[in-house]
Design a binder for this molecule. Structure first.
Ligand code: APR
Length: 263
């Protein structure tokens, strides 16, 4: 990775409020496949777009439930990466507002507070019929006791809602569904009142999340994209750091040692 622009480093050092919009690329180096990477094993037969939909749930709740349970179990075995940890440390020096499209809990496990999970969470559940929240500790097999089979997870039946008997679903936002109440408002406020906005590991293809960096740009807030590739958001970024997040974020963190310094 090439050295970061000194002007960008100065901006990162002096920013008092940093808002970070993260996508699947943020968790890639923890071993969580991004959304648009080809799947592996059983899941290679479906794209997430085919499974993360109300129609898929109606057609086969067990298949969709099994996929989410498998993903949640996989995460139990993974760890936050250096990028997550750098953002958590940054909060010691500035106000850091994390707004994520990710449904994993890696930001929290790194020590960050997450202002909004725009697409919900793998570890929150509710009844698909009456909406009653379902405690995650009652989800069979979510504990560490059942390591996820990386290739062929078992097909499992969703638990029944204690209030109405309906099948319990993950509280993840499926395509065509509304975002959690207030999530976008918190995200929009967080980009509007920031001195610096980082857009990390997202292709910027899914609305309305992808509109948040444009609000910042429209308000003249500096936008920095951290992604190995160009994306739909690149034209709206003031800086494009073409690097992996676990590599770039520790270098962007104020007070970070320059590359090559004895570690
Ligand atoms: N560091 C930074 N960025 C990375 C890394 C990495 N190590 N590895 C991959 N990326 C980038 C890819 O270049 C890509 O631009 O992460 C991005 C991942 O894009 P997607 O897979 O489209 O994920 P995301 O943008 O989060 O998807 C948005 O789409 O399917 C829905 O709800 C789902 O939240 C998801 C939303």
């Amino acid at each position: 990775m090439e050295d970061l622009d000194p002007a960008l480093l100065e901006l990162a050092r002096s920013a008092r409020t940093v808002t970070v919009l993260t996508g699947a690329g943020m968790s890639a180096e923890s071993g969580v496949p991004t959304f648009r990477d080809p799947g592996t094993g059983l899941w290679a037969r479906w794209s997430p777009e085919q499974l993360a939909t109300p129609g898929a749930w109606e057609a086969d709740p067990e298949l969709v439930w099994s996929w989410y349970l498998w993903r949640a179990r996989q995460l139990r075995g993974l760890r936050p990466n250096a990028g997550h940890l750098a953002l958590a440390r940054w909060a010691d020096r500035a106000r850091v507002q994390v707004v994520t499209q990710n449904v994993d809990d890696l930001h929290e496990r790194a020590g960050s507070e997450v202002l909004a999970h725009l697409h919900g969470s793998l570890f929150a559940f509710r009844c698909s019929a009456c909406g009653t929240p379902f405690p995650d500790q009652l989800v069979p097999g979510l504990g560490l006791d059942l390591p996820a089979d990386p290739e062929e997870p078992a097909r499992e039946r969703p638990p029944a809602c204690p209030a109405c008997g309906g099948p319990v679903r993950p509280s993840v936002v499926w395509f065509g569904e509304l975002l959690p109440e207030g999530a976008m408002e918190r995200g929009a406020e967080a980009v509007a009142d920031a001195d610096l906005v980082l857009v990390v590991g997202t292709s910027g293809l899914v609305q309305p999340a992808a509109s948040l960096p444009l609000i910042a740009a429209g308000r003249g807030v500096p936008v920095v994209e951290v992604n190995p590739e160009d994306t739909a958001l690149t034209p709206h970024a003031d800086w494009a750091v073409r690097a992996r997040s676990a590599e770039a974020l520790p270098r962007l963190l104020p007070g970070a040692r320059p590359a090559g310094a004895d570690s």
